[in-house]
Design a protein around this ligand. Structure first.
Ligand code: ATP
Ligand code: MG
Length: 188
């Protein structure tokens, strides 16, 4: 599951847990982006902070892992590179799935090297409040759509709440609340 994770929240974690259960996945690998090319004009927190928050949020789940492939590669993050690197790391016998929310799935057609992306991984699109889940124009045999418990949470809203001095308790894991405070993230 790729994402900016700025910060990681319970919407990400529920989606990952549901897909892992539904597809019988051995592991979910959370991959914080390096420099997200879709977010080039928005300020994004340092990769190391986003990586550490992802580690904190997933540490208690033995099936959740965090990969540094995207933050250790220089330049903008493209999913095709993420999948190539993970396949090389895990070996040819491992089947990759790419978990994505409905909003990201809608934009997938604009991604670089789409044909290769679909060869490298089976895509799982999950429901997200406020976005229609559709695989229009996407190849049906490489994309599955599943319904997950609706969590109306976004990182954008979490950042805005912190900036306004409002709580993010229970939107993000406790350790992430504390990490945000410790590093003074998202404060104006
Ligand atoms: P931002 O508001 O900064 O874009 P975000 O909440 O959308 O943050 P991302 O890191 O951009 O989080 O998302 C990573 C992946 O998780 C994307 O595929 C996104 O669609 C999915 N996702 C994020 N929030 C949810 C949610 N509440 N329910 C389901 N999927 C989600
Ligand atoms: Mg997003």
């Amino acid at each position: 599951m790729g994402g900016t994770f700025d910060p990681i929240h319970h919407g990400h974690l529920v989606a990952a847990s549901e897909v892992a259960d539904r597809f019988g996945l051995d592991e979910v690998v959370f991959v914080p982006t390096g420099q997200p090319w879709q977010k080039a004009d928005e300020p994004v927190s340092p990769a190391e902070d986003r990586y550490l928050m992802t580690v904190i949020a997933t540490a208690s789940n033995p099936r959740f892992q965090v990969s540094r492939v995207d933050i250790d590669r220089s330049g903008p993050t493209y999913t095709v590179d993420t999948l190539r690197d993970l396949q090389a790391e895990y070996g040819p016998k491992v089947q990759l799935f790419f978990i994505t929310g409905a909003d990201a799935l809608q934009r997938i057609l604009s991604w670089k090297d789409l044909d290769e992306i679909f060869e490298l991984a089976h895509f799982v699109g999950v429901t997200r409040p406020g976005f229609a889940l559709t695989d229009k124009h996407l190849p049906a045999d490489t994309v599955s759509l599943i319904q997950v418990p609706a969590m109306s949470i976004s990182s954008t809203d979490c950042r805005a709440r912190v900036a306004r001095g409002e709580p993010v308790w229970y939107l993000v894991p406790d350790g992430v609340v504390q990490y945000i405070a410790k590093r003074r993230l998202y404060q104006r």
